[in-house]
Unconditional design. Structure first.
Length: 441
């Protein structure tokens, strides 16, 4: 047996099939944990669009209240890269599994407390301060969740199925978004006075029950065999984040830009468009229902594109998704501006379907840019940095552009420019479908 064949055999995990009991448990843990964490994270995003401006910023004008509400939303996204660095450090040094338990507990506790927060009318400026603090905790938690959930699946999976297995962490995002939009949509069926008084809190308080279920599943998962193999090497390395910046700056930049493509779609279609459509006259419950339907489109397209990326490669599928996003940018914005539930529904369903094309291969694409010893940190910083830049600030920037008189045309031009830069990054990046994870240096 040759040296390369010997390395490849040693690098493969024990579970050679996605149908083995342990592999099914791993995929379930990756999906369920991410779904619960993104339920919490996206519940805040949805509430920021339809609730918080009236509950925590009621003393401001409607435009400023919306801007301030999206500002608290951005705080969570800014915290995500820091969460990726902190949890990535321990994930690369001590293992993937432990950080997943800690991140889930942090998220569940923070979300539950948000559901118990007094309003600005009750405790004044302390209310939004506490809201921002808890949002930062959410950001730190989800910053650690994605990398761990993705790698625990990818590093167990057989080589030809890595893209599909890694995507289970990404599938948790649309599933969590669907649960969040559905829960808040049900709450809006209450009379408006009751909804803003206490009804919006119920979906946040449900988090404690979901986290309990998620922890039960997650604690049964075994550590990544690929991490165990390289554990001694990882311990000899410098601090992972320093290693990433020193030895892999190009891949860090390319990965961040690639991830920004789908996250700008999320920021526009999933967050900003909800608030803007309602302000243009679309009925709130109808908009939230459409957002829930769009999460189904995102889920299905993510699943399909994850399958396709194992067959055709990560880069071709992502390139197709970004190209479609560029073509649909202006139609999406014009449909949202129509102020109708039908227009919003078409815009958000097609938009999130396109987002799914990019999201399916993205996890494996990012993971395959970095070696095992710094894979958690490198892929997490790419994804979470893109989250901060793409999804976190996009709603704020979009609101400022439209409110400042730039309108839909200027917003569309800026968005297309960003997507074009992301497309270039993917074209330049290395294709990882056929790479042996153990050989990446």
């Amino acid at each position: 047996m040759s040296v390369s064949q010997h390395q490849r055999t040693e690098a493969l995990p024990k579970e050679q099939s996605l149908n083995s009991p342990q592999m099914r448990r791993i995929l379930a843990s990756s999906f369920l944990g991410s779904a619960i964490e993104f339920y919490d994270f996206m519940l805040y995003a949805t509430a920021a669009a339809v609730v918080f401006s009236q509950v925590f910023f009621a003393d401001l004008s409607p435009a400023l209240a919306t801007f301030a509400s999206f500002g608290t939303l951005a705080a969570g996204y800014v915290a995500r890269p820091l969460g990726g660095i902190v949890f990535g450090h321990f994930g690369d040094r001590l293992g993937r599994k432990g950080v997943l338990v800690v991140s889930m507990l942090m998220m569940g506790i923070a979300t539950t407390i948000i559901g118990l927060l007094p309003t600005a009318a009750q405790i004044g400026t302390l209310a939004p301060i506490l809201l921002v603090t808890l949002r930062i905790v959410q950001g730190l938690a989800v910053g650690g969740e994605w990398g761990g959930a993705m790698l625990i699946a990818l590093e167990h999976a057989p080589g030809g199925k890595r893209g599909f297995a890694a995507a289970f962490a990404n599938l948790g995002a649309p599933a969590g978004s669907l649960l969040a939009a559905g829960a808040l949509s049900l709450a809006t069926l209450l009379p408006e006075e009751q909804f803003f008084a206490w009804g919006w809190r119920i979906p946040f308080l449900l988090s404690i029950f979901l986290v309990t279920i998620g922890l039960f599943v997650r604690l049964k998962v075994v550590e990544s065999p690929l991490f165990q193999k390289f554990n001694s090497e990882a311990e000899k390395r410098r601090i992972p984040i320093f290693e990433v910046f020193a030895r892999h700056p190009k891949n860090l930049l390319l990965g961040t830009l690639a991830a920004m493509s789908q996250l700008t779609i999320s920021g526009i279609a999933s967050v900003w468009a909800v608030s803007y459509a309602v302000s243009q006259g679309a009925e709130r419950t109808g908009v939230l229902n459409a957002k829930a339907l769009a999460a189904i489109a995102l889920f299905l397209m993510t699943l399909l594109s994850a399958r396709l990326c194992d067959k055709f490669g990560r880069r071709p599928v992502i390139i197709a998704g970004i190209s479609a996003a560029i073509l649909f940018a202006y139609p999406l914005l014009l449909l949202v501006e129509s102020g109708t539930v039908v227009g919003f529904t078409v815009a958000v369903m097609v938009g999130q379907g396109i987002q799914g094309i990019i999201l399916g291969p993205l996890a494996s694409f990012l993971a395959e840019l970095f070696p095992t010893a710094v894979r958690f940190t490198g892929s997490s910083v790419c994804f979470q940095g893109a989250s901060a830049l793409g999804a976190g600030f996009t709603p704020v920037i979009a609101s400022a552009v439209v409110a400042g008189g730039g309108g839909i045309m200027l917003l569309g031009g800026v968005w297309i420019g960003v997507l074009a830069l992301c497309l270039l990054a993917v074209v330049v990046a290395t294709e990882g479908r056929r790479r042996n994870l153990a050989d990446i240096r």
